[in-house]
Design a protein. Structure first.
Length: 94
């Protein structure tokens, strides 16, 4: 039996560029708060370094849109795409 038999494949469209406009980020945060605990794609970054920095800024609340706290962020590179995923875990300012 091949190892591919246990591989989970999820088909999806290419990731969008990272959200950067304040109004887009606020809408994104609203969607996260409406579905706490679920991971959502913040976006795709040009380099691994900018991806890691963006995730760090979300976790630390350095990105002002996430300054209220209560968010977790993970960075992942998959097939050359540098992505950041975020979820609302509660707490922080409402």
């Amino acid at each position: 039996m091949s190892d591919l038999a246990t591989l989970v494949v999820r088909f999806e469209s290419p990731a969008h560029d990272a959200l950067r406009r304040p109004e887009s980020l606020h809408a994104f945060i609203g969607a996260l708060r409406a579905r706490p605990g679920e991971w959502a794609l913040l976006g795709q970054y040009g380099t691994a370094g900018t991806m890691r920095q963006a995730a760090y800024e979300v976790r630390q609340g350095l990105n002002l849109a996430f300054a209220g706290g209560g968010f977790e962020a993970q960075s992942r590179t998959m097939f050359g795409e540098h992505r950041v995923y975020v979820r609302f875990v509660g707490g922080g300012a409402s």
